[in-house]
Design a protein around this ligand. Structure first.
Ligand SMILES: Cc1cc2nc3c(=O)[nH]c(=O)nc-3n(C[C@H](O)[C@H](O)[C@H](O)COP(=O)(O)OP(=O)(O)OC[C@H]3O[C@@H](n4cnc5c(N)ncnc54)[C@H](O)[C@@H]3O)c2cc1C
Length: 379
């Protein structure tokens, strides 16, 4: 963008992660003109490239919550989209394993929740049935989810980008939003900073800035602070595991506070990795997040993994990467739902803020996009 340029566009999406791109595609499919502005020089460099790449079935979330509804709907849309667009993925299934009587009660409750959430293809297995599927697993019983899968998240985002551009949408990289205002006459004026400052006038905005969605919302004059939630950041680290994969399905323990427990995921080449754990951060400034993986955390990983994979060899784990969850609830509080705030919530026509889009945001992204556009069009 040239300095001091002013652009008029119908819809502006802030952030080119999986969710922002899916929102942009949803807008473009409805015939809206869309510009995505991304602070960095590439798409998908935020949380969308720092996650487990798991297509979640929709088991864990309170029935009727956005996380439940958008995960189940998003997962169904996502499998169809990946197949149609030729994006690498595999419906490999997963086992949630119980290794104690208390965890058996937990997975029985998850089974019931999954049925209330209308998640397909779930089954409670005895230890013998689980061992027949996964000979290396250690458990007293397990919950099988056949709908769970893995996806090449970058391939998915490239497919979204391709579809968006085919529909006439545009993406501006190195284009950080630095401020803006809701105009009294309707619409918005948004400032783009960086090396090529510009101003964008638009009718609608989807704020999909991930960890920075709160900071972006705070710069929009006219949006009452009461509609901007506090954010807590929780880092999750991963360790890779050398050697041949010992499992063909994903293996999850019973969930823990703040996350799903240190689980085994496989990438599409079959490589094993474990994580993410939950490390609550003192600062909620995304710029302060140190994504390096602390080797010392491996001790707690060995202990957690050996509960369900006793044969994990010493020295097999190596620090891999980490991600950071934008949480709307802190330690000791019940897990919060996604917040997708449209005009009905904050009173500003054309504005949708996406807050707390942690897991299963990747799975849910296509459904989040549809939902966000519904809010814009309804408002
Ligand atoms: C450890 C971890 C594991 C997870 N595992 C899974 C999983 O297995 N399955 C699943 O479904 N979900 C998972 N998730 C959740 C999923 O990764 C996220 O919900 C999803 O990637 C969020 O996408 P996004 O587009 O909202 O955010 P992001 O990918 O973070 O994108 C936001 C974008 O906004 C840009 N931005 C920020 N500020 C500005 C600004 N001022 N101007 C312009 N652009 C800006 C950023 O540069 C970034 O590119 C996991 C999350 C974490 C942290």
């Amino acid at each position: 963008m040239a300095a001091a340029e002013v652009y008029d566009i119908d819809c502006l999406v802030i952030g080119a992660g999986a969710v922002g791109l899916a929102c942009a595609v949803a807008l473009a499919r409805r015939g809206r003109e869309v510009l995505v502005v991304e602070a960095t020089g590439v798409i998908g460099s935020g949380t969308s490239s720092r996650n487990s790449e798991v297509i979640h079935a929709g088991i864990y979330y309170p029935t009727g919550s956005l996380r439940h509804r958008l995960c189940v709907a998003g997962r169904r849309k996502l499998y169809a989209y990946l197949a149609k667009r030729g994006v690498a993925h595999r419906k490999c299934g997963k086992l949630i394993v119980a290794t104690s009587a208390a965890e058996e009660t937990q997975i029985a409750a998850l089974h019931q929740r999954a049925s209330q959430n209308e998640v397909e293809s779930m089954a409670l297995l005895t230890a013998a049935e689980a061992l027949a599927l996964e000979p290396n697993v250690n458990c007293v019983s397990a919950l099988l989810s056949a709908e769970t899968g893995i996806v090449d998240s970058h391939g998915y985002m490239l497919a979204l980008r391709g579809e968006l551009e085919d529909l006439g949408g545009m993406i501006a990289l190195n284009a950080p939003v630095s401020g803006g205002r809701a105009l009294p006459s309707g619409g918005f004026e948004i400032e783009i900073g960086g090396a090529s400052p510009a101003r964008v006038r638009c009718n609608a905005i989807v704020n999909s800035a991930g960890l920075s969605a709160r900071a972006v919302a705070r710069t929009i004059e006219g949006l009452d602070d009461a509609h901007i939630p506090e954010l807590v950041l929780a880092k999750g680290s991963y360790f890779g595991c050398s050697g041949r994969a010992a499992f063909t399905r994903l293996i999850y323990p019973a969930p823990v506070e703040g996350g799903l427990g240190v689980h085994l995921t496989l990438d599409l080449t079959g490589r094993m990795r474990f994580g993410p754990d939950v490390e609550w951060l003192a600062s909620n400034d995304p710029a302060q997040v140190d994504y390096r993986v602390d080797t010392a955390r491996s001790q707690s990983f060995y202990a957690a993994i050996r509960r369900y994979w006793a044969a994990l060899p010493d020295g097999a784990l190596a620090p891999d990467y980490s991600g950071c969850r934008p949480k709307l609830s802190g330690l000791g509080q019940p897990a919060a739902d996604f917040r997708i705030d449209g005009p009905e919530t904050h009173g500003i026509t054309g504005l949708v803020n996406l807050f707390g889009i942690e897991s299963p945001g990747l799975t849910a992204s296509l459904a989040i996009g549809e939902h966000a556009v519904d809010l814009i069009e309804r408002g």
